[in-house]
Ligand binder design. Structure first.
Ligand code: NAP
Length: 269
């Protein structure tokens, strides 16, 4: 990790909160922040995994943690989470929890699509809205939103997912500009395919080692925080993210459909 020792704790404050800390990118954010000497609120639905991670962070970094089991797919989930940490001065918020759901729109379950919009879009809005005002009062803080290269273009067979990530990108970049110069750093990190449970949860036909290691996403975020509104991990993902600069969106959508078709179970195409 290319960060200086305790740089973030000194700059932003003691407590971080990571949503989706039970797996993948969120788990690596929690590890990275604990390495920075930060105390970390670990939240997701799978409490056993969070407790396991809390023990690891204590043992390896002496990190103080609080485990909060919360389901962000219910409309009041983010408020309940904010209530559970209202006594802590959260200085570094990582809006990471999210999921995809692959398939042709008419073949997908309405409830799961609704849950995706709530987790990927509503939760970051509510959580940031509940936590950011105190950062502003303290004159310092950091807000990370985990977007995706999928948020830069229409992604057939992942239509709602790419729309949610487009929402996250615009939300985070606007926050970056609103709070620039106030001591609050906002950033959107846009991973491409990353080795996590994402693909299995989304129902994609790709193995668990598809993409880059989750630690990379944390490193590029930490390196770019405070310097720019958003960051894409790696040059190849940068090309993916900027495909609509090279070709019309309609062409990009048609090419993307061919690629995603290969990763989507036949019955859902
Ligand atoms: N992996 C990729 O290829 C990739 C690429 C671009 C962007 N991303 C983004 O990266 C972020 C993290 O995903 P990941 O790749 O690390 O996937 P992951 O390994 O599946 O982890 C997803 C995390 O989100 C949590 N989560 C899901 N639904 C939730 C709910 N209803 N309530 C609370 N927490 C919930 C999960 O915890 P529980 O299941 O325990 O609740 C888990 O900790 C997501 O926003 C995703 O869109 C991933």
């Amino acid at each position: 990790m290319a960060t200086n020792s305790y740089k973030f704790r000194e700059k932003y404050g003691q407590w971080a909160l990571v949503t989706g800390a039970s797996a993948g990118i969120g788990l690596e954010f929690a590890r990275g922040l604990a390495r920075e000497g930060m105390s970390v609120v670990l939240t997701a639905r799978r409490e056993d995994r969070l407790n396991h991670l809390a023990a690891e962070l204590k043992q390896q970094h002496g990190a103080e943690t609080r485990v909060v089991a919360a389901d962000l797919a219910v409309p009041e989930g983010a408020d309940r989470l904010a209530d559970a940490v209202a006594d802590l001065p959260i200085a570094f918020l990582v809006n990471n929890a999210g999921f995809g759901y692959a398939g042709r729109f008419d073949k997908l379950a309405t409830d799961r699509l609704r849950a995706m919009v709530i987790v990927n879009c509503l939760a970051p809005v509510v959580l940031t809205s509940r936590i950011l005002p105190a950062m502003v009062q303290r004159g310092r803080g950091a807000v990370v939103i985990v977007g995706s290269v999928a948020g830069r273009q229409p992604l057939p067979l992942h239509a709602v997912y790419s729309a949610t990530k487009g929402f996250d990108l615009l939300l985070g970049e606007a926050l970056w500009a609103e709070f620039r110069g106030t001591g609050i750093d906002a950033i959107v990190v846009e991973p491409g395919p990353t080795q996590t449970e994402f693909q299995a949860v989304a129902g994609e036909n790709v193995g668990p080692n598809h993409g880059e290691p989750a630690e990379n996403i944390v490193r590029v975020t930490f390196d770019a925080l405070g310097k720019q509104p958003s960051v894409v991990s790696g040059w190849f993902n940068w090309v993916r993210a900027n495909a609509t600069r090279l070709a019309p969106r309609s062409t990009v959508a048609i090419i993307a459909k061919k690629v995603i078709e290969g990763q989507t179970p036949v019955e859902l195409r």
